[in-house]
Design a protein around this ligand. Structure first.
Ligand SMILES: CCCCCCCCCCCCC[C@H](O)CC(=O)SCCNC(=O)CCNC(=O)[C@H](O)C(C)(C)COP(=O)(O)OP(=O)(O)OC[C@H]1O[C@@H](n2cnc3c(N)ncnc32)[C@H](O)[C@@H]1OP(=O)(O)O
Length: 258
């Protein structure tokens, strides 16, 4: 399908989705979000795809929701349509791993989008923030909830109340991002991580994603039980047999998603 606001490239079992509204620093308008939802769903359903990378350009991952588009909305518009409700569902239902490769600005909805991915690899020039307070609103798609869980109340409250940005070094130090690399190495690093994930059993990769995400939804005891049942259930797969046999035979495992 031809997209206008994103670019989709599928190669070597990796789907790379690039946000492509450079004139507005990839502001997330309804068209881009609809195209992104469709592309993510297609990648998730494409048997050739084993890992997804979501990225922007060197200046911006996404500078947030499109302020011009939102400025024309009323409470009634937002509430009756449950604005952004479908978008949240669309990304949280994706079962394959999604890596956010962030350079430049990831602000507001851009930061929230990156946090909904499975992990973030940041370029040294990345800047994260939830500056919605400057617009007279709070974050609207998980920013106050995920950032607080990821970096702690004090830093999250600081960022939401002051609207300040955090740079890549602070983001890594606070646990928001997994790795920081030179901007020119960002896609190489993200593709390297995606390639490693693509070599694993998709069954196990999906189970890992479910189990880690479950830790934000339940108690420790319930989460440990959920994880243990997933661990036990994977012993019913050929991939577990292959993985352990390969180790003992000192060879690379050949997983077949069975
Ligand atoms: C489908 C799959 C799942 C998807 C789910 C996740 C996505 C959810 C998206 C919706 C989220 C809604 C809830 C969210 O919490 C609400 C928000 O995001 S509110 C917006 C928050 N962001 C901001 O407040 C940042 C605004 N921008 C700035 O502060 C500055 O632009 C900057 C980033 C500091 C850069 O400053 P400069 O370098 O000076 O550049 P300019 O300001 O001149 O910008 C260049 C150009 O881009 C336009 N622009 C920048 N940001 C936005 C924006 N957010 N919306 C619209 N347009 C933007 C700016 O107007 C300039 O355009 P020009 O004037 O040149 O035409």
């Amino acid at each position: 399908m031809a997209y206008e606001t994103i670019i989709v490239d599928v190669e070597d079992h990796i789907a790379t989705i690039t946000l492509n509204r450079p004139d507005s620093l990839n502001a997330l308008n309804s068209q881009l979000l609809a195209e992104l939802a469709k592309a993510l769903k297609e990648a998730d359903g494409n048997d050739r795809v084993r890992c997804i990378i979501l990225t922007g350009n060197t200046k911006a991952f996404a500078a947030g929701a499109d302020i011009k588009e939102m400025s024309e909305k009323s409470f009634v518009d937002m509430y009756l349509s449950d604005f952004f409700g479908d978008e949240h569902e669309a990304i949280t239902r994706i079962r394959k791993p999604i890596i956010a490769a962030v350079a430049g600005y990831a602000l507001g909805g851009g930061c929230e989008l990156a946090m909904m991915c499975d992990f973030i690899i940041a370029a040294e020039n990345a800047k994260f923030g939830q500056p919605e307070i400057n617009l007279g609103v709070v974050a609207g798609i998980g920013g106050t909830q995920r950032l607080t869980r990821f970096v702690g109340k004090s830093k999250s409250m600081d960022m939401h109340l002051t609207g300040r940005f955090m740079d890549a070094e602070e983001a890594e130090r606070s646990g928001l991002v997994s790795r920081v690399v030179p901007a020119k190495k960002l896609m190489e690093e993200a593709q390297g991580a995606a390639s490693k994930i693509a070599e694993k059993s998709i069954l196990t990769a999906m189970a890992v994603k479910e189990s880690v995400n479950r830790s934000y939804e339940t108690t420790l005891a319930e989460g440990i039980l959920y994880e243990r049942r997933l661990f036990q259930s994977l012993f019913a797969t050929d991939d577990q047999t292959e993985g352990m046999a390969a180790f003992l035979e000192k060879r690379a495992a050949q997983f077949r998603d069975k």
